[in-house]
Design a protein around this ligand. Structure first.
Ligand code: SAH
Length: 254
């Protein structure tokens, strides 16, 4: 088999946060596969790739389509936002391979990493991930809400900084506030909560709250929420957002 399939992460939004390796893979592609919104972020290449944009939410089907194209000998790039392995297409691809045509295992398959939203949001806020942290998706499309609550509680008890992906959707209003209620039962009401919207783009915006007052209002699908550990704090500065950071040490050094 001569076909090639690369799954790339475009980064969080701004073109300058797309890695050169991803740009190179896109330039070499004969076919682009992905969600319409992400395909639209790829500038039209000189060679005019075939674009297989879809609003299909069934990601494994999209992955199968990409594998069929690669098996025909095409050079296929599957696009994700952020990093392709973080709540995104790379896993869907391996799911399709595991259950699909044995010949697909002989294809040249690569994953090109990207800047995930959590890192872009953290950089915008300061350095909140300086200690141990974890990432949880609040989407219950692929797992139960009970699982999400169990993991939130474990993360709170472990005093991790918690990055919340997929914090909100029209289909499930109220779940984010339930998550905040659950965290309030375990963590200090003084805990720093940072809401970062459109991180890594010129429209990036930071909103801060104490966990006591954290609320889902204004949170959308382009928002990342970073919930501090007991060590996370804010450094105020004049006429600008405070810096949020988590010291690397468990103790304050005199
Ligand atoms: N693969 C992607 C994540 C897909 S899940 C990545 O690595 O970034 C989609 C969620 O990511 C969104 O609901 C939102 O919570 C977060 N997200 C994506 N882009 C973002 C951005 N520019 N700013 C803040 N959050 C973002």
């Amino acid at each position: 088999m001569t076909g090639k399939l690369t799954v790339v992460g475009l980064g969080p939004g701004g073109a300058e946060l797309t890695t050169p390796a991803v740009t190179k893979a896109l330039a070499e592609a004969t076919d682009l596969v992905g969600y319409t919104t992400y395909i639209d972020r790829v500038p039209e290449g000189a060679r005019g790739q075939r674009r297989h944009a879809s609003d299909n939410r069934v990601e494994v089907e999209r992955a199968r389509h990409a594998l069929e194209l690669a098996a025909e000998g095409r050079t296929v790039v599957v696009v994700s936002s952020g990093d392709p392995g973080v709540f995104a297409m790379a896993s869907a691809l391996f799911e399709a391979i595991e259950t699909g045509e044995p010949a697909w295992r002989a294809l040249d398959i690569r994953i090109e990493p990207g800047v995930t939203a959590m890192l872009a949001a953290a950089a915008h806020a300061g350095a909140p991930l300086g200690g141990d942290f974890c990432a949880i998706s609040l989407s219950d499309n692929l797992k139960s809400w009970e699982t999400i609550e169990r993991r939130l509680e474990a993360a709170a008890r472990g005093d991790f900084v918690i990055a919340l992906y997929n914090p909100a959707s029209m289909a499930r209003p109220g779940q984010l506030n339930r998550a905040f209620d659950l965290l309030r039962a375990v963590k200090s009401s003084e805990t720093v909560v940072a809401f970062v919207r459109a991180a890594g783009t010129p429209d990036a915006r930071l909103r801060l709250a104490k966990l006591a007052d954290a609320d889902a209002a204004g949170v959308d699908m382009r928002t990342m929420i970073l919930i501090g550990s007991s060590r996370t704090r804010a450094i105020d500065r004049p006429e600008a957002d405070p810096w949020i950071y988590t010291p690397r040490s468990e103790r304050d050094v005199a």
